[in-house]
Write a protein that binds this ligand. Structure first.
Ligand SMILES: NC(=O)c1ccc[n+]([C@@H]2O[C@H](COP(=O)([O-])OP(=O)(O)OC[C@H]3O[C@@H](n4cnc5c(N)ncnc54)[C@H](O)[C@@H]3O)[C@@H](O)[C@H]2O)c1
Length: 276
């Protein structure tokens, strides 16, 4: 009897990925997710709104190249709220690589303002990135997956704030934009899951809902006095904030064969905040 090798469930060698929100703001979640995919062998295209990425991107790009496993990081400027730009960037990547295997949609903005004081323009601005931007990224990516008949996987970054009123965090539009993302994943999973007669389809769509992560976005909240670090640490069962690196494993899981039967769902990784 032969001794079969265990399947390389988490191997992303030769696969092509897009990660939004992965270049503009220091070591945010997007860049760390991109690093994780490259560490597993993926060729990762990082999108962000800035013309040139933050210095942290170049450090990650160098580290990925030094691994020598075929994994890589490449940067593209892209405003995810602009449909034409998102479609053009996604098409360019697909034409060049003849495939796109997965997406992590992490680009988002945040605003701490009470509901009574929220300006209508600010509501529209927030939703244009956090909801519409995620929708446009997922759709443009799926379009290429369908065209190249790739049975890909899409991971939308939502938040625990999409399923609970995040205690003491006065961000009504941000929080409800994340609830919309969780619902969007279910609908996209339903639309793109079945394999059609022409061989296209078979695309999985899930969310990751993180708890508090020590990223530039959260540091800005602490610096502005909009949140209290000790309170947030005490708000979960592990008694600490998470680091963006702690989500790499979930990203590789969702974008690899390891999660082949998971779709339309929401992976909550919050140190137990929503389990009290
Ligand atoms: N930090 C947390 O505690 C936390 C918790 C739960 C969920 N999240 C989610 O994780 C994701 C990453 O957050 P983060 O904390 O790393 O934030 P961040 O601000 O550090 O990163 C967000 C990135 O998105 C980019 N971006 C914003 N608008 C864009 C646009 N229109 N087009 C392209 N790029 C754009 C920014 O330039 C930035 O690089 C977000 O979806 C956020 O809502 C964060």
């Amino acid at each position: 009897m032969t001794n079969p090798q265990p399947p390389k469930l988490f191997d992303l060698s030769g696969k092509v990925f897009v990660v939004t929100g992965a270049g503009g703001n220091g070591r945010g979640l997007g860049l760390c997710m991109a690093e994780g995919l490259a560490e597993a062998g993926g060729r990762v295209h990082c999108l962000d709104r800035l013309e040139r990425p933050h210095e942290a991107f170049y450090e990650s790009q160098k580290a990925a190249a030094e691994l020598g496993n075929g994994g890589s990081l490449e940067y593209h400027q892209c405003d995810v709220a602009n449909s034409q730009t998102v479609e053009a960037v996604m098409e360019k990547i697909a034409v060049e690589k003849q495939r796109i295997d997965g997406l992590v949609a992490a680009a988002a903005i945040q605003q701490v303002t009470s509901a009574l004081d929220y300006h209508q323009d600010d509501i529209a601005k927030m939703l244009s990135v956090n909801y519409t931007g995620v929708f446009l990224s997922a759709r443009a990516c799926a379009r290429q997956m369908l065209k190249y008949k790739i049975r890909g996987s899409i991971c939308l970054i939502a938040s625990m704030s999409g399923i609970i009123a995040n205690r003491g965090f006065i961000a009504p539009v941000y929080n409800s934009s994340k609830a919309a993302v969780i619902q969007l994943a279910r609908n996209l999973a339903m639309e793109w899951g079945r394999i059609k007669e022409d061989g296209s389809g078979g695309i999985r769509v899930n969310c990751i809902s993180p708890g508090h992560i020590m990223t530039p976005m959260v540091k800005a909240n602490f610096d502005a006095g909009e949140a209290n670090r000790e309170e947030w640490e005490n708000n979960n069962m592990l008694g600490r904030l998470s680091e963006p690196e702690e989500f790499k494993g979930a990203g590789v899981f969702l974008l690899s064969e390891a999660s082949s039967y998971m779709t339309g769902n929401n992976l909550v990784i919050d140190g137990g905040t929503t389990a009290w």
